[in-house]
Write a protein that binds this ligand. Sequence first.
Ligand code: SF4
Length: 480
Amino acid sequence: MHEKCGVVGIALDDRDAARPLYYSLYALQHRGQESAGIITHDGFQQHDHVEMGLVGDAFAPDDLASLNGANGIGHVRYPTAGSVDSSCAQPFSVSFKSGSLGLSHNGNLVNAGEIREELAELGHAFTSDGDTEVIAHDLARNLLEADLVRAVKRTMSRIHGSYSLTIMHDETVMGVRDPEGNRPLCIGELKDGYVLASESAAIDTLDGELVRDVRPGELVVLHDDGSGYDTYQLIEQENTAHCFFEHVYFARPDSTIDEKLVYDVRRELGRSLWEESGIESDVVLPVPDSGRAFASGYAEAAQDAGRDIEFAEGLMKNRYVGRTFIMPTQDERERAVRLKLNPIKSTIEGRTVTIIDDSIVRGTTSNQLVELLRDAGAEAVHVRIGAPKILAPCYMGIDMATREELIGAEKGVDEIREEIGADSLSYLSIDAVAGALETSESDLCLGCVTGEYPYEIEGEETDRDVQRPVIGGGEVSADD
Ligand code: SF4
């Protein structure tokens, strides 16, 4: 499973934004490793540098030096919508009659095709197959007829799906979060300006202070001179649909998202896992990296309950192995797991072991892990998962797997246990997830674990009263 993207936007008083943007992108690298880009504006013109590769490889010192201007936006990307090539790398920029526009997008629209078709009929020429370009063209079109705030509102009323955006119109930097708040976005204050970022860890990197999350449906416009920001609640929705997997897996543990420190939530999920399905064993091992906080919470709850269970790091990760998704065949993917993780035999040999992981997607990794532990001499291997069973794909910008590839789509828990070769297997309940996040299930996106989504997606069920905007008829208009 991979997060799609990380976005950032910065407005400063009197120094170039390129370096702070570059450092923020470093802090968000876990959200996308395929391409990185920055667009700045110096008050007269836009400057951009967008490259394939990791942040450290995408920018040479000269590239940063050429990005003049105190305002800018940035992006790291892992592709889901659109092809894997540089035409989809971001920020996306367009020049149009009333200025220049740059856009960074985290999320995925479910109606981009309809809007693209309509705009193409109206004469818009597209250079990529990504949904970000669709938002950029729609916004550019609306900016010809309306002021900034109204234009953003019009576009928001037409696009359906998940989006956290940082936008630059000439030198004005803005941030927008979709009305369901599916993907995160927060505001931070620096000594000489303001920043918008997918995660608060990016603000920490700049020695800034987290101000708050951008509210679902809110537009935040940073003052060009870095002196403050204005906010506009453009769309209000009764319920949110935060992606719970941000806290479970995607986000950095040191980030605060929707007022909750990710690390604390993961520990709480681990505690709930013990309460719901704790099992006697000699040792609890996290599957690195995100399993670590779950496992420490789980072990702590077990010890609080008087159990003599050791918490140990028994699986060591090789950080220099490429991510398994670049392995084209199933056989190579399987080998990658063994390259990635190595057990510490003395922690495992002759003992009963519980491993804590964040999810089971295809089942391949879990199967390999169980085998690895048995080979290292484990007497029994229990598997506990800090999230509910994934049974359906994600349409909101997470690269997960197709329904056919998901082991949980057709199989029940016991069949999965058998397939991965574990002595026991348990998942966390949806109740426990909502409890750890101190929210109600109706304010979460649970699409991948229930098969019911917070957006109207063709061929899928929804869990709420949502309506896909009607697009078409050759005329772009919406309520102001
Ligand atoms: S379907 Fe799952 S991964 Fe996708 S946004 Fe919803 S909760 Fe997150």
